[in-house]
Design a protein around this ligand. Structure first.
Ligand SMILES: NC(=O)c1ccc[n+]([C@@H]2O[C@H](COP(=O)([O-])OP(=O)(O)OC[C@H]3O[C@@H](n4cnc5c(N)ncnc54)[C@H](O)[C@@H]3O)[C@@H](O)[C@H]2O)c1
Length: 373
């Protein structure tokens, strides 16, 4: 088996290839990255020297950078600008975002067509429509018992009336049937468009395509940023004693997200790679921590306070109703039913273990936020 991993020096790419190397020492691995993510170049020695992977410095936006890549059996696409604020935060232009996330995918699909390689897209939960995810009311739920997934007391939003859920949403979370109608964020819509094109190319040219819509991923070594990798950002900031604030809604951090570890993707990818081309399995799968591996920011804060009791981090109470940004969602978890039924997939790492892994990494790398944040 010969795999091409794009964005190999990123958080997910580098985590995944470590797991692949360990489980399949006989597989040939090839990687490409252009180091546009601050901090990604720190992973180059790991990829080239420690893991001995054939590395190409190149940009998937440029077809000529793909011409020298060897023929591979499958492409795992983990190269993207992965934040909902991309294109609107003044740091990346909208055109650049589309070039990386959509133009890059098209070039990879051309590569797959030329070489007959399969294609696995790491897509995102952010493909789902913001209108669908904000149209139902939520209420604050408090409980003193420490039964949250992080072992803290419960302090979070929960849907107030499931009867108001849109099609594709339930108390178990978002299924693949939830609307992807724009707006969903330019990031999300570049991924939806990539999904469509990938499925079309695969059907037209006869190569397998799998779309994995991932919720928040986290773990050691993530390039933490408030708009992407919230678990990592929050834990690193707490360890450093940096000031933090809750943005949006009631300003008390009740918004909920689920999370999982990217190494847990491997058992799924192994099956997708081995699946026959004429399979009847659905091509699109939601992956997340689900309701059982979710946390509100307030619960994450409580976990951080217990984990770093000396931290000087203070979170001020809001002085008035905080502004709600267009992409903020009050309660968003993924429903893993299809992943479980079709692939017997469950996240193997609990959210508590994932956070502990980040905390240990943060202690070992006290400079991490300023280097990569
Ligand atoms: N981390 C998450 O929470 C999460 C959630 C859902 C989906 N995803 C998807 O997983 C993939 C990987 O995300 P990540 O968290 O590792 O992000 P990351 O920023 O850590 O890694 C992305 C890597 O891709 C590289 N890259 C970007 N544009 C490139 C280009 N044009 N050519 C070559 N290399 C390029 C970057 O330098 C970086 O090393 C992305 O496609 C993202 O959309 C991530």
């Amino acid at each position: 088996m010969k795999l091409l991993i794009t964005g190999i020096c990123g958080f997910v790419g580098s985590t995944l290839v470590r797991a692949i190397r360990e489980a399949h020492p006989d597989w040939d691995l090839v990687g490409i990255d252009n180091f546009c993510r601050v901090g990604s170049e720190l992973n180059r020695p790991l990829i080239e020297k420690t893991l001995g992977i054939e590395f190409h410095r190149g940009d998937i936006r440029h077809p000529s950078d793909l011409e020298t890549l060897p023929k591979c059996d499958f492409v795992i696409d983990a190269a993207a600008n992965p934040t909902v604020l991309a294109g609107v935060d003044g740091k990346t232009s909208t055109r650049q975002l589309v070039e990386h996330n959509l133009g890059g995918t098209i070039n990879l699909l051309e590569y797959c067509k030329t070489h007959g390689a399969g294609f696995i897209l790491l897509s995102t939960s952010r493909v789902y429509s913001i209108a669908a995810l904000t149209q139902f009311p939520v209420e604050v739920v408090h409980s003193a018992d420490t039964s949250s997934p992080l072992g803290t007391s419960i302090d979070r939003y929960e849907p107030a009336d499931p009867a108001t859920f849109p099609l594709g949403l339930s108390l178990a979370g978002a299924t693949e049937d939830l609307s992807t109608a724009p707006p969903a964020s330019l990031y999300g819509t570049t991924k939806t468009t990539s999904e469509y094109l990938a499925l079309e190319y695969g059907a037209m040219s006869g190569f397998p395509v799998w779309i994995n819509r991932c919720s928040v991923m986290g773990g050691a070594g993530q390039f933490a940023h408030p708009a992407q990798g919230i678990f990592g950002f929050w834990i690193h900031a707490f360890r450093e004693g940096r000031p933090l604030k809750y943005i949006g809604f009631d300003g008390l951090g009740h918004q909920v997200r689920d999370g999982f570890h990217p190494r847990d993707l491997l058992p799924l990818l192994e099956q997708q790679i081995a699946e026959p081309l004429d399979t009847r399995k659905a091509r699109i799968t939601n992956l997340g921590g689900g309701r059982d591996q979710s946390a509100s920011l307030a619960e994450l804060t409580a976990w951080c306070r217990a984990r770093f009791p000396e931290s000087a981090t203070r979170i001020p109470l809001p002085e008035g109703p905080p502004p709600v940004r267009a992409f903020d969602l009050p309660w968003f978890v993924m429903d893993n039913t299809r992943a479980r039924e079709q692939w017997a997939w469950e996240p193997g790492t609990t959210l508590a273990d994932l956070c502990e892994e980040i905390a240990r990494f943060a202690e070992a790398h006290p400079e991490w936020l300023s280097v990569t944040g």
